[in-house]
Write a protein that binds this ligand. Sequence first.
Ligand SMILES: [Zn+2]
Length: 102
Amino acid sequence: MSVQESFLRCTACEQESEHVVVYAGRFVSEIQCTACGAVTRLDVSEDYLPDLRQRISSKPGRLMRRLRRDPGEVAKTLPWRTLSKPLRMLDELRAVHRSRTR
Ligand SMILES: [Zn+2]
């Protein structure tokens, strides 16, 4: 999650003011007007979760390198359910490799 500031027109107080914009991945999840404090929350779960899954499943190699370098840290931060697909893919690749070298 990251936070940026943008100059926007507030939908609550109608002023042009600094807004704190919170990102979940590539998607805006929350916008807060610094003038009146109004918070607009956007439901990003339907967009964000498939995006996260896509990003993880497209980078099994990077994940595996992180896993070897710092397994404790990775275990703490990984969304484990989304990992089952790349892990299954790796099992398949290993099976294919074994069947070829035999
Ligand atoms: Zn406002």
